[in-house]
Design a protein around this ligand. Structure first.
Ligand SMILES: Cc1cc2nc3c(=O)[nH]c(=O)nc-3n(C[C@H](O)[C@H](O)[C@H](O)COP(=O)(O)OP(=O)(O)OC[C@H]3O[C@@H](n4cnc5c(N)ncnc54)[C@H](O)[C@@H]3O)c2cc1C
Length: 390
């Protein structure tokens, strides 16, 4: 049986970054991935903000498809808000190449990678955990990091509760008449859940998807047939990717011998469904705490709860505010979304604030700035905010 300080389950962005930081801290670390290749199948639109890219610690590479400068936001009734910054605010990436680059960095720090290695069970053995793989081989680790993604079967069995809610995401790629290849399109109210998107890959191709409360594929099919999309499709959609988006982290993300990180811990921005940025931030903390605890020989729940405390201090408030905004958007009637988008579109100072301070990774900072620009006729919109504060 192979023996390690830290075993990480899942080689997505959170798993690779946790493995990198555990190895960097001096722990013998193994990264286990069930698939024969890293980064496949893709379950992502691949839109990353500046902070996500910085947190990845990768220099811009072949994984970047193009930069985005702004967005056009559409309400269900046709109101429209446009903004475009002077610099790139987000990047469209190829997640396969991005994930592989992250794994390479983890290996350069000394982590071992084992592909085709599904962990099918976890057992306690005194102070250690035994990971049972699909081929019945076993690995012993002092601390396990579950970076299994949204299903997180092993984390749940170990006592990590599920996220507050799981949304249903679906996306295709298609030849498409893109209006502005520098801007993402956000279509509000098209899918009860978050929103639908068009992310340009070029002037004539885009990723089109949505994130709904349920039945993501059915709702995407309906969105593709809607007037605003159907007439711009230039070919049959391909590359369907579907997956769940966990929102609202559980009360505890550390139990005896195991930490959960990334989607497994519900670390996803509730305003956009973006999980790469929070996952990377939390993974660095998880890797460091797991390595220290393993090398001290203390994998108790109390020792590992340091991870829980540290990641919440960094991300907790942002995710909490995001959940409130998400609830508000879910409760808004289409006419209220029309009103809100129309109101904002008519306020040049608000648009300037978005252009100057927009940050998809930390949206709450922009929201606070925007509140300053609301004048008193916006008070009628307070009932909308009331949803969020309820
Ligand atoms: C349609 C859609 C669009 C999205 N768009 C964006 C976006 O534009 N930007 C963004 O930031 N986020 C986006 N997300 C969310 C983002 O994809 C996830 O938050 C992110 O991939 C989570 O990373 P992770 O490392 O936690 O888990 P994952 O990337 O899911 O990786 C988990 C890994 O664990 C492996 N695994 C699972 N169980 C086992 C096991 N028992 N043994 C071994 N290996 C195992 C899996 O094979 C997988 O490789 C989107 C999600 C969806 C569904």
């Amino acid at each position: 049986m192979d023996i390690f300080d830290v075993a990480v389950i899942g080689s997505g962005p959170a798993g690779s970054m946790a493995a990198k930081y555990a190895a960097k801290a001096g722990a013998s670390t193994i990264l286990l991935e069930e698939h024969p290749a890293v980064g496949w199948p893709v379950q992502c639109a691949g839109l990353l903000g500046r902070k996500a890219l910085a947190e990845s610690e990768l220099s811009a590479g072949t994984f970047i498809r193009r930069g985005m400068f702004g967005a056009s936001v559409f309400s269900p009734g046709g109101a429209r808000l446009d903004f475009k910054a002077k610099e790139r605010r987000a990047w469209v990436v190829d997640r396969r190449l991005f994930d592989r680059a992250l794994v390479n960095h983890a290996m350069q720090e000394g982590a071992s990678l084992r592909l085709c290695s599904r962990v099918r069970g976890l057992k306690r053995d005194g102070e250690r955990r035994i990971l049972v793989l699909s081929d019945d081989s076993k690995i012993s680790a002092r601390v396990v990091i579950s970076a299994e993604g949204v299903s997180a079967i092993l984390a749940r069995r170990a006592g990590i509760a599920p996220p507050q809610t799981i949304l249903s995401g679906a996306q295709v790629e298609a030849a498409f008449a893109v209006e502005d290849p520098d801007k993402v399109e956000v279509h509000l109210g098209q899918a009860s859940g978050l929103f639908a998107w068009v992310i340009p890959l070029s002037k004539s191709a885009a990723r089109i998807g949505l994130c709904a409360s349920d039945r993501g594929c059915d709702r995407l099919r309906a969105f593709l047939k809607s007037d605003i999309i159907a007439k711009r499709l230039l070919g049959s959609p391909v590359a369907l990717n579907v997956g769940g988006l966990p929102l609202g982290p559980p009360a505890a993300t550390a139990v005896h011998g195991l930490l959960a990180v990334g989607d497994a811990a519900g670390q996803v921005k509730p305003t956009s469904g973006g999980g790469v940025y929070p996952g990377l931030v939390a993974a660095k903390i998880a890797g460091g705490v797991a390595a220290a605890a393993a090398m001290e020989g203390d994998s108790s729940a109390q020792r590992l709860s340091e991870y829980d405390r540290l990641w919440r201090a960094t991300l907790g408030r942002e995710l909490e505010i995001g959940m409130r905004v998400n609830r508000m958007m879910a409760k808004m009637k289409p006419s209220e979304i029309d009103e809100l988008v129309g109101y904002m579109a008519a306020k040049p100072r608000l648009i300037k604030a978005i252009e100057e301070h927009g940050d998809i990774d930390r949206p709450s900072r922009l929201m606070v700035r925007m509140l300053r620009h609301l004048d008193w006729d916006a008070i009628r919109l307070a009932r909308l905010l009331g949803y969020a504060l309820a």
